[in-house]
Design a protein around this ligand. Structure first.
Ligand code: DC
Length: 246
């Protein structure tokens, strides 16, 4: 008996660092009952793996050693039973907290410039979407190149941006609330450096897909962003685009 092969509806959310992509992507996934996939967590997991295996020395990565091991890495996502929030697993181990650490953040931009690493992760990202195609109606994936490289055929593309001072202030408040001693100027510089790295890298730089809707959330609450999304969704529905029948 052959099963019909229904492709999931794909929503790509790309944009600058620290502008609330994952909060937004997670919320729209919840609203539509779609699966949320955090592609940045995949780059972060590979960075953690490099650190743990001493593949990083003096800010350079031993690509030969990494490429030998990369095909056997298992990066998966599972929902936390208590919070319902999806967490990242590396070879079966929950690494959700470790991949957000400063040491990982320092290595990951370097790592995400490497063509071979990107090609491997893009393949995995496409496979992840495919592996869900019988159970769910859709996927929301966030990152930098989802609408341009991973799923150029995504049904809906959203490109997020926000004023650098607003992003720096949000990040500053977040870290302060965690009890960390932080300097606003350092955070602002760090965000600007990351924007520059994301936009100027040779491999899949961050750029808005021609057919993406732009969401500048500098002066928007999360509720207002959801309102913005619902309006877009209604517009799509008006165009008689029924994702359930795809
Ligand atoms: O979104 P994030 O901060 O968790 O991303 C971590 C790093 O991975 C960041 O340096 C950008 C990079 N990244 C990427 O190059 N392509 C993606 N699709 C996702 C993240």
């Amino acid at each position: 008996m052959s099963m019909s092969h229904k492709r999931p509806y794909i929503i790509a959310v790309d944009g600058y660092s620290s502008c609330g992509k994952s909060t937004f992507a997670r919320m729209i996934a919840r609203e539509l009952n779609f699966i949320y996939i955090d592609s940045g967590a995949m780059y972060r997991s590979v960075a953690l793996f490099c650190l743990e295996n001493n593949f990083c020395e003096n800010a350079s990565i031993d690509l030969k050693k990494l490429m030998e091991k990369l095909p056997s890495l298992h990066i998966t996502f599972r929902s936390n039973h208590n919070t319902g929030i999806q967490e990242t697993y590396l070879n079966g181990r929950n690494v959700e907290e470790e991949i957000r650490s400063i040491r990982v953040s320092e290595v990951v931009s370097q790592l995400s410039k490497i063509k071979d690493v990107r090609q491997h992760l893009v393949k995995l990202q496409r496979k992840l979407a495919d592996s869900h195609n019988h159970e769910i109606s859709g996927i929301v994936m966030d990152g930098r190149d989802i609408g341009t490289v991973v799923f150029p055929e995504a049904h809906l593309k959203i490109f997020m941006t926000a004023d650098v001072d607003v992003r720096a202030k949000r990040r500053y408040d977040e870290l302060k609330a965690k009890g960390l001693e932080v300097n606003y100027e350092d955070i602002r510089d760090n965000i600007m450096r990351r924007d520059h790295e994301d936009e100027t890298r040779k491999e899949s730089p961050l750029k808005k897909a021609g057919d993406a809707y732009v969401l500048d959330n500098s002066y928007m609450t999360v509720d207002e962003q959801m309102e913005w999304f619902r309006n877009i969704w209604k517009e799509i529905a008006k165009e008689n685009y029924d994702y359930r029948n795809r």
